[in-house]
Design a protein around this ligand. Structure first.
Ligand code: SF4
Ligand code: SF4
Ligand code: SF4
Length: 368
């Protein structure tokens, strides 16, 4: 079978959706069962979809990721994560099929897709591995807590909020929105690749316009794409806070897991990462705490050829128009490095400011 890029995406997309479905079925229904191999199936699906240009031209390499998940399933068939320790044959079989079908389709496939000319950036591969790993840890911790009826994850969530909202952004901006957030991993892998017309293509004009009154305006460092603090607070933080407090939801087992899957469903309604830009309160706080972060990705404007390959929506999850930046990425940037990879020139979007750029900034009296 000829595996075109479209076919590659379709196989992996449906295999991943099936894995999420089996996961939900195991965790949310009275079956209370999760096969550890399914976590690796989730990892395989995400990794393939976050690395489409690389794997679409190498379907047999991608097939081995699914084979690995199958191997883990076989090795753990007698040690499922469940309440009774007796396992569940139906869910075991579904897990096996979930790994076996994409493996068989991909291993027999040939691809005429050409490998991308620009090599994969190591930092993007590293980011993808971190994203998939964190997703697998998140899925196993929350399902473990749900199945066993305990909440050791509360400590994780407390530390997560302290470090990712208050501490990390001061040093390295919104890196957690690009590297760690499970919701971001799902949106980047699944929803970016779903090209149907969204029921809510555009948010109400008032909200879209308000997103220009951004967090960074408070410090005079204008970033027109920064998420909107007031709307975010009004629309998500206050109702969530209200519900959490009034109904005391935090200790409830299903709360963290259903919260995340609620976001999956909402992602079906909106465009890629619109949930992040307009509704996530963590996003606003990270922008606020990170607007003077110690390090940002550099944009060497003096070397930019204006080819527009990095244009928002094609590359950037936060719709940043890179060519409009002065010399580095704004606080909205989640350090995903996708723009660095999308740019065909090696010396425009960089880790360190180029000497020519330093000279330009000095000449323009903007020395940094
Ligand atoms: S903005 Fe919110 S949902 Fe989006 S990546 Fe950041 S923390 Fe996750
Ligand atoms: S500016 Fe670049 S690194 Fe930052 S979020 Fe956009 S694509 Fe990612
Ligand atoms: S892809 Fe690179 S060269 Fe082209 S407009 Fe973007 S930053 Fe400039």
């Amino acid at each position: 079978m000829n595996i075109t890029q479209k076919r590659f995406v379709t196989i992996n997309k449906w295999a991943l959706i099936a894995a999420i479905f089996v996961y939900l079925m195991g965790v949310f229904t009275p079956l209370k069962y999760l096969q550890p191999g399914l976590l690796f199936a989730l990892g395989a699906g995400f990794f393939c979809l976050l690395h489409i240009p690389y794997f679409a031209s190498r379907p047999r390499v991608a097939a081995h990721l699914w084979l690995f998940a199958l191997f883990v399933t076989a090795m753990t068939s007698t040690v499922p994560l469940d309440k009774t320790g007796e396992g569940n044959n139906l869910l075991l079989m579904l897990t096996v099929l979930n790994c076996l079908i994409p493996f068989l389709l991909l291993i027999r496939g040939n691809s005429e897709e050409k490998a991308p000319k620009k090599r994969r950036l190591k930092v993007v591969t590293f980011r993808t591995v971190v994203q998939c790993g964190v997703f697998m840890i998140w899925a196993s911790v929350t399902s473990f807590c749900f199945i066993k009826g305990t909440r050791p994850d509360l400590l994780f969530w407390a530390m997560f909020h302290v470090f990712t909202v208050a501490v990390f952004p001061v040093f390295i901006g919104r890196v957690l929105c690009g590297w760690l957030c499970p919701n971001a991993t799902m949106q980047d892998a699944l929803y970016k690749n779903m090209n149907y017309k969204r029921p809510i293509e555009n948010l109400p004009k008032a909200i879209e316009e308000q997103s220009n009154t951004c967090a960074m305006n408070t410090s005079g460092n204008v970033d027109k794409r920064a998420p909107l603090v007031p709307a975010t607070l009004l629309m998500s933080w206050f109702p969530m806070f209200f519900a959490e407090t009034v109904w005391d939801l935090t200790p409830v087992d299903w709360y963290p897991i259903s919260f995340m899957y609620g976001l999956i469903i909402l992602s079906l309604l909106f465009k890629w990462r619109k949930l992040c830009t307009h509704f996530c309160w963590l996003s606003s706080y990270r922008c606020l705490n990170g607007h003077n972060s110690l390090w940002r990705i550099r944009y060497n404007k003096s070397k930019c050829r204006n080819c527009k390959r990095c244009l928002a929506e094609a590359a950037c999850p936060f719709y940043i128009n890179i060519c409009n930046q002065e010399n580095e990425m704004p606080a909205t940037c989640c350090l995903c490095f996708s723009c660095m990879e999308a740019c065909p020139f090696d010396d425009v979007i960089t880790f360190k400011r180029a000497p020519e750029e330093k000279a330009r900034l000095k000449a323009e009296g903007k020395a940094q």
